[in-house]
Write a protein that binds this ligand. Structure first.
Ligand SMILES: Cc1cc2nc3c(=O)[nH]c(=O)nc-3n(C[C@H](O)[C@H](O)[C@H](O)COP(=O)(O)OP(=O)(O)OC[C@H]3O[C@@H](n4cnc5c(N)ncnc54)[C@H](O)[C@@H]3O)c2cc1C
Length: 380
């Protein structure tokens, strides 16, 4: 099944992404996940195949399209690449670049957006701090204006692609307490005082790197400020709504892949003189899995259509993310169960998908914070 909004154009895009994933990711997926890294050259190969520019304006070096194209492409990458870690690492620009595309100056777009879409530079987004990620308005990394620079002190953690990125779109405090004092600053690798303090070991998403970053008396040119000073919080919230839709789309992709693997396994594996598929309990498990995937796919579709219509949908995006993460957790758990002991073994794909799926109720805003947003938008 594909998304209801898809046309012939999306179908061609899927074919292109599928060819790329089958050729350049799938043969190495297991090895890259085990090595906790994929080759840096993959960014350039992906750019040449037209993947990195999807949904970015042609005027900024992108390939055009919108969030619907990005959702279709990202699903295909997971389904045929078989490495969620590689896909999220390759696509960290999807959260790092949009604020620059929306609010950046022409010179900032030329310096930061175009090279990433050409696969020459790697970008990351840094909001979360060791002291907490949910309460974004309380972030503490300070940027104090000094002439034509900001002097940045603080730290960030859990930053996807943070270990080897060339720049980080960073949320900093330039003003007073609360959301009115937050700005976005691009901090480039090599800026004195900016270091990767740790490469973090994690449950899933192994092929992507995740970093703790440190800023000590780090002098960042004021020309790297994205948008207006102290107006960064709104940009972060707008970015979050799209990120949550993408994360929900990744949940659909992961669940779909786990479901397909389970159908294959149930057809091959025998127990009590017949295939697993010959047992009604297993058929019903699969029926429940595919039903839940279809329901969430419909919700993701609806949310995507509204985003493309430029409706503000923070509540719907939060609902979509929670519905998707619940569904995905359920589906990968059942997939492991259908695989029995093999489902617990590293050489079986569903074992890895089970670990990958655990991130989604946490990353991009937790399940609990999504409910807070829904409660607020519902007016209670
Ligand atoms: C693999 C991975 C990749 C990530 N990538 C990035 C990235 O690229 N950039 C980035 O900036 N961040 C990234 N994150 C961080 C992620 O967004 C945060 O982990 C998340 O927002 C939660 O923040 P926290 O971990 O500090 O949890 P906390 O804020 O400490 O929350 C801990 C628990 O308390 C609950 N809680 C908090 N406040 C409330 C409340 N008001 N009501 C009820 N419950 C509450 C939370 O729901 C959670 O269950 C990543 C995280 C992971 C694990």
């Amino acid at each position: 099944m594909t998304y209801l909004f898809e046309t012939e154009e999306h179908s061609q895009l899927r074919e292109n992404v599928r060819r790329f994933a089958q050729k350049h990711i799938a043969p190495h997926a297991h090895a890259w996940e085990e090595a906790c890294e994929f080759p840096r050259e993959l960014y350039r190969t992906a750019a040449e195949a037209g993947l990195l520019g999807i949904s970015y304006p042609v005027s900024e070096g992108g390939a055009g399209g919108d969030v619907m194209h990005a959702l279709a492409a990202s699903e295909e990458l997971v389904l045929y690449g078989h490495s969620v870690g590689t896909c999220v690492g390759l696509n960290s620009h999807g959260i790092a670049l949009p604020p620059i595309v929306r609010l950046g100056t022409p010179s900032q777009k030329e310096r930061f957006v175009a090279p990433v879409l050409r696969g020459e530079k790697i970008s990351a987004l840094a909001i979360t701090e060791p002291g907490g990620g949910s309460d974004v308005a309380s972030l503490r990394t300070k940027a104090v204006r000094n002439g034509d620079h900001y002097v940045v002190n603080g730290s960030k953690t859990f930053i996807t692609s943070g270990v080897r990125c060339d720049f980080v779109t960073t949320a900093v405090r330039t003003g007073g307490e609360g959301h009115g004092g937050v700005s976005l600053l691009v901090i480039e690798r090599g800026t004195p005082g900016f270091t990767v303090s740790k490469k973090l070991a994690k449950t899933g998403w192994w092929a992507s790197d995740t970093a703790e970053l440190s800023f000590e008396e780090c002098r960042v040119p004021a020309s790297n400020l994205i948008g207006e000073e102290n107006m960064g919080f709104l940009a972060i919230m707008i970015n979050f709504a799209t990120e949550r839709l993408f994360l929900a789309g990744q949940c659909v992709a992961i669940a779909e892949l786990a479901y397909r693997e389970s159908v294959k396994y149930a057809r091959d594996r025998k127990a009590f003189g017949r295939t697993l598929m010959g047992h009604q309990v297993i058929r019903h498990k699969l029926a429940d899995m595919v039903t839940k995937i279809a329901a969430v796919r419909a919700l993701v579709s609806e949310c995507a259509v509204r985003v493309v219509r430029e409706e503000q949908v923070p509540g719907l995006a939060a609902m979509t993310k929670n519905a998707a993460t619940d569904m995905c957790s359920y589906v990968v758990d059942e997939a492991v169960q259908i695989h029995g002991g093999n489902g617990y073994m590293r050489e079986f794909l569903v074992e890895r998908l089970y670990r990958d799926a655990r991130l989604y109720p946490i990353g991009g805003g937790t399940r609990e914070i999504m409910n807070e947003i829904i409660a607020k938008t519902e007016g209670y």
